[in-house]
Design a binder for this molecule. Structure first.
Ligand SMILES: Nc1ncnc2c1ncn2[C@@H]1O[C@H](COP(=O)(O)OP(=O)(O)O)[C@@H](O)[C@H]1O
Ligand SMILES: O=C(CO)[C@@H](O)[C@H](O)COP(=O)(O)O
Length: 474
């Protein structure tokens, strides 16, 4: 059976690579692949870029269409610092977005330039997640490694380079570095950081190809390669997201974001002023503790992740990995409000509530930062692995008071990359490709009355626990 031209979209995210092969004409997903990644535990969070490349091969082969795809594109976890030597080999494992060792460097960079200047120039006040803070950490802590660096890449750039042998990136993912501005790289900042602008990849304009697949990869040589982008930007493409519609993504990270026509610049640092992968913007707030933290709490309680119970007065701030929103990189998890009659199921529900509270608190700020109206009754799109769970869905409904749509499309990031690849072939905007594919279709869950007392209980605990959450544990 023929499906016309086929494209492959890839999501190289924190925990795994996922690939989809999609028919350009209909959007039908013809094949899928999945391969896990290893992330270090302990003080830092690191992964071997070589493993991402091997996982890419496994996932792409598993789609069953590697030898006939007409175009390919890679979306990837944002911010990670990939350092290459003169032979384009990794100098050391990549420092990931959720590695909070770079928190002191983020603080120092913010102090030196000032939050207003960061928001104006880079669009964002850097947190530990940003590539700029990771580079500063490397120079301070591993100067010999930093001296050997000839190329700095983001995770998705690294994979595109392995495919094409060209050093390229896109404006969406580049906007999460801290050294990208709408007018190009901030050379004054790079000089201060001891980073040669020649070590950075070229930013490919939206709609242009990054190159062609070289010999010796899992794909056919000569296949067109799109620029790719960061995973959140790819999700926006993959949903065909119209400006002003908020998205809540529940995965390794929790994110809340929206496409906006206005460029965001939030000096408070809550909202990162990212660019999207087209010509618009993607204000976003991100938490470090989402599905993994809640699953961990369920495991500690010996419960299935769906075994939640309502009621009780417990508050769980599930900041097991430190936290980014609110910006508490040294925080650890905190439990408050325990009584004799508190049940394990209530504690688990409190963990869901704590994770969702951080994201919903940032939702209005995200919309306002990009100049969109924060319509309190507007629809929310729910994506990411957590969106498949009933307890996550019910928690978002109860704490947002909004109608929630759960797109049927399982892998919006990989689909967004596929839509970008398809756009190379058809000349359409990737957003239009995804709209034509109807990727955002799915059940609309009716809103319920917002549980303001739970929100207030969490906010109150957070405010009163500041001292515990800002210092080191133990
Ligand atoms: N049916 C489900 N119910 C609840 N959570 C789920 C379900 N399936 C997967 N998850 C959660 O989704 C997470 C992975 O989400 P995903 O968005 O794929 O992650 P990533 O951030 O790596 O892209 C896992 O940590 C898991 O807890
Ligand atoms: O740091 C951010 C956003 O700024 C994260 O959203 C990363 O992009 C990782 O994404 P996942 O692997 O959780 O999808």
């Amino acid at each position: 059976m023929t499906h016309g031209p086929v494209v492959i979209g890839v999501d190289s995210s924190t925990q795994a690579t996922k690939a989809v092969a999609v028919a350009v004409e209909t959007g039908e997903v013809l094949g899928q692949g999945h391969a896990p990644h290893t992330v270090s535990t302990g003080a830092g969070r690191e992964s071997d870029p070589g493993e991402w490349w091997r996982a890419f091969g496994t996932a792409v082969e598993a789609t069953g269409h590697a030898d006939r795809a007409a175009a390919v594109s890679v979306g990837g976890q944002q911010h990670g610092l990939v350092t290459l030597d003169a032979a384009a080999e990794p100098v050391r494992p990549a420092l990931l977005w959720n590695d909070v060792r770079s928190a002191p460097q983020a603080e120092e960079l913010t102090r030196r330039l000032g939050a207003d200047a960061w928001a104006r120039r880079a669009g964002s006040v850097p947190t530990a997640a940003f590539t700029v803070a990771k580079w500063a950490w490397l120079r301070e802590n591993e100067p010999d490694a930093a001296d050997r660096v000839a190329g700095v890449r983001l995770p998705h750039d690294y994979l595109t380079e392995r495919l094409t042998s060209t050093a390229v990136t896109d404006r969406g993912d580049a906007s999460g570095t801290g050294w990208w501005t709408p007018d190009g790289y901030d050379e004054e900042l790079l000089r201060d950081l001891g980073l040669d602008p020649a070590a950075l990849p070229r930013v490919v304009p939206a709609g242009e190809a990054a190159g062609e697949v070289r010999d010796g990869t899992p794909l056919r040589p000569g296949t067109a390669v799109a620029a790719g982008t960061g995973d959140n930007m790819a999700a926006a493409l993959g949903l065909g997201l119209p400006p002003g519609v908020p998205v809540l993504s529940l995965g390794t990270s929790g994110t809340v974001h929206a496409v906006t026509r206005g460029r965001p610049a939030d000096p408070s640092g809550t909202v990162a002023g990212f660019a999207d992968a087209g010509t618009d913007w993607l204000p976003l707030a991100c938490t470090l503790n989402c599905t993994l933290a809640v699953d961990r709490l369920a495991a500690l309680l010996g419960l299935d992740r769906e075994a939640v119970e309502p009621g009780g007065s417990a508050v769980v701030l599930p900041f097991l990995d430190g936290e980014r929103t609110p910006n508490l990189p040294l925080a650890s998890g905190l439990l408050h409000g325990l009584r004799h009659d508190t049940t394990a199921g209530q504690l688990l529900q409190a963990a869901y509530d704590g994770a969702v509270h951080s994201l919903l608190t940032a939702l209005d700020d995200v919309l306002r930062a990009g100049g969109e109206s924060a319509e309190p009754a507007g629809e929310l799109l729910l994506i990411g692995g957590g969106a498949r769970g009933e307890a996550w869905r019910r928690t978002v409904l109860r704490l947002s008071g909004r109608p929630v749509r759960v797109p049927r499309a399982r892998e919006p990031v990989a689909l967004g990359a596929a839509a970008q690849a398809a756009g190379l072939l058809t000349g359409e905007s990737p957003y239009d490709v995804a709209r034509r594919w109807r990727t955002a279709d799915g059940p609309l869950l009716e809103p319920v009355a917002r549980d303001d007392s739970a929100l207030e209980r969490i906010a109150g605990t957070l405010a009163r626990a500041r001292e515990l959450l800002t210092g080191p544990t133990g």
